[in-house]
Structure formats: structure tokens, C-alpha cells
Design a protein around this ligand. Structure first.
Ligand code: SAM
Length: 281
């Protein structure tokens, strides 16, 4: 069943949307949709607008604190490439903190939204449409840091694409550059199933995010907005933490530190997110 069929009102965040802006196309067998290119169809306007409106940038900024900015500042970073700009949250945070920032994304629609959001916060984003697999073709220059945040790398469905993307990131970094890439803690769901304490990953007053289906090759999440009952989905590849660390090492990154939920040390409690900080030298 498609998201559009799941929901009755075609309004989101109080705005009128066309069918195309709320309709995600997963076809007859949504659990068979395991395609690196499918991200373009999943981030429909109705979904991304609601996500931003209800999660709220202020709330996100508060929960992340200054983790990313501290990591970058500690390394003397000046020039940053945000390869997963989305609606612009991370790029705007970087601009606010004074970093020279270029904002890339494979989706033109997301970049348009990011640009609009940037203006709202008083910044003019430098946006470039580029798929990670061919990043060097479309984005020029060398960067002190690349960020790939908001659980974005999970959209790559095969290992060749992951290696290609990481190699492209590596090539765009200066000799002492750093890649910061985050991911959901899929090990927890793969190893302990949905019935663990992590069943609901985000349970604010307004939206619930929960895994609807999981196997070694797919994590399909359902996002339910409580105000109008609208439902959206994302099909993602469940990346294991050590697998991502290995791939990073294999493309050439020399030192990889992995943090849990923005904390320097992670104990026995399993965090919801991992953040890999990979240094080139
Ligand atoms: N970093 C932002 C945040 O945290 O709000 C956005 C994250 S959003 C979950 C993931 C973004 O990655 C989407 O905007 C999507 O278009 C982009 N993306 C996914 N696969 C991509 C690819 N192969 N190349 C370029 N962008 C891609």
C-alpha cells in the first residue's frame, strides 16, 4: 500500500499538497524496493515539509549540541562540503558557525528547499546537484571536511555504490581532510528485532518513526504524523557499524573514530545513532 493510500487528508502542516507531492511510489511489493536510485522518489515534498515542521530545527540543534562544529573546529577546518544537504539543516548550522560551505545533494527538489530554508535563516546557500557516485564530476575544488549526515549513506543499496561514494569523498578531501558520516544503529534492530526498547525510534508528540520490515538487505521504516494520520516510508539499507568502518578503511581512511549519539564514549547502552569521524591521514 502506498503512503498516499494510507492517508486521508491531503494537507500537511496545514498546507495543500497535490497528490504527486505526497505520493511515494513503492509499487506492489514495497519490501522488494532495494534500489540506490529510489531516494529521489522517497523524499516527496509533503514528507520533507512535515518532517522539518514537526521535528523542528531548534529541537535538532539542541539535541546535537555543538558536536559537529567542535569536531571541525578542533581540526582547523575552514571549507566544508555537505554532500547530503537535504532541506539544509546541517549546511545552515555550518554557515551560522562561520564555515565556508558548499551544499550538494542528488535531489534538485531537496536543494530548492534547502536554498529557501537558508534564505529564511539569512544565508545564501551555494548549492550543487550531485550524486555521490559521480561527485567529482559535478563538484569542484578540495575540502577540509565532508559531512554526510542525517542517516543518508543508508540509501546506497549495494557495496559497489558505497565504495564508489566513499572513494569520491576521499578524493575531494585535502591530504589531511576529515569525513564525518552518521548512521542509524541498525545492529541493534538486526540483532534484537523490533521488540526491543528501540521499537520506536522517535516518539515525539507529533511523529512516530518505527521499523515496519527488516532483513539483512532492507530496513523499511514507517513515519506516522499524529496530527492528520499521514504515513510515509523510507526503504534503507541496514548498515552494520563495523562494516561501514571497514569500508572506510579499505578506501584509504587511516583513522576512524566512532561515536554514539554525539557522545565521546559509548557504554553498554546501545545508542540510536553512530557517528564516524574518518581522517585521511
Ligand atoms: N543531512 C540532512 C539532514 O540531516 O537533514 C538530509 C538528510 S536526508 C535523510 C538524505 C539526503 O541524501 C536526501 O536529501 C537525499 O536526496 C540525499 N541522497 C541520498 N542518496 C544520494 C546519492 N546517491 N547522492 C546524492 N544525494 C543522495
Amino acid at each position: 500500500m502506498t503512503a498516499a493510500a494510507d492517508r486521508s487528508p491531503d494537507t500537511a502542516a496545514g498546507l495543500e499538497y497535490t497528490e504527486a507531492e505526497v505520493h511515494q511510489e513503492f509499487g506492489e511489493n514495497p519490501n522488494e524496493v532495494r534500489d540506490t536510485n529510489h531516494y529521489q522518489e522517497e523524499y516527496v515534498k509533503g514528507f520533507v515539509d512535515k518532517w522539518d515542521d514537526y521535528i523542528g530545527w531548534e529541537g535538532r540543534a539542541a539535541s546535537e549540541g555543538s558536536f559537529f562544529i567542535d569536531q571541525l573546529s578542533a581540526r582547523g577546518v575552514e571549507k566544508v562540503l555537505d554532500v547530503a544537504t537535504g532541506t539544509g539543516f546541517n549546511s545552515v548550522q555550518l554557515l551560522k558557525a562561520g564555515f565556508e560551505t558548499v551544499s550538494a545533494d542528488g535531489s534538485a527538489e531537496m536543494l530548492a528547499k534547502a536554498f529557501e530554508n537558508g534564505r529564511r535563516y539569512g544565508h545564501v546557500l551555494r548549492v550543487v546537484q550531485a550524486d555521490w557516485r559521480w561527485l567529482n564530476r559535478d563538484v569542484h575544488g578540495e575540502y577540509d571536511a565532508i559531512i554526510c549526515l542525517g542517516n543518508s549513506f543508508t540509501h546506497l543499496f549495494n557495496e559497489r555504490d558505497r565504495r564508489k561514494a566513499l572513494a569520491e569523498f576521499y578524493a575531494m578531501l585535502k591530504h589531511d581532510g576529515v569525513l564525518i558520516l552518521d548512521q542509524r544503529n541498525y545492529d541493534e534492530i538486526l540483532d534484537h528485532g523490533f521488540s526491543s526498547k528501540h521499537k520506536y525510534f522517535y516518539c515525539g508528540d507529533t511523529v512516530t518513526a518505527e521499523p515496519e520490515y527488516i532483513d539483512d538487505g532492507l530496513a523499511r521504516f514507517r513515519y506516522t504524523f499524529h496530527d492528520d494520520g499521514s504515513v510515509y516510508h523510507l526503504n534503507m539499507f541496514p548498515l552494520r557499524k563495523d562494516y561501514v568502518r571497514r569500508l572506510m578503511r579499505e578506501v584509504g581512511f587511516q583513522k576512524i573514530d566512532t561515536y554514539g549519539d554525539f557522545q565521546e564514549t559509548y557504554g553498554t547502552e546501545s545508542p540510536d545513532f553512530w557517528i564516524h569521524v574518518a581522517e585521511k591521514t
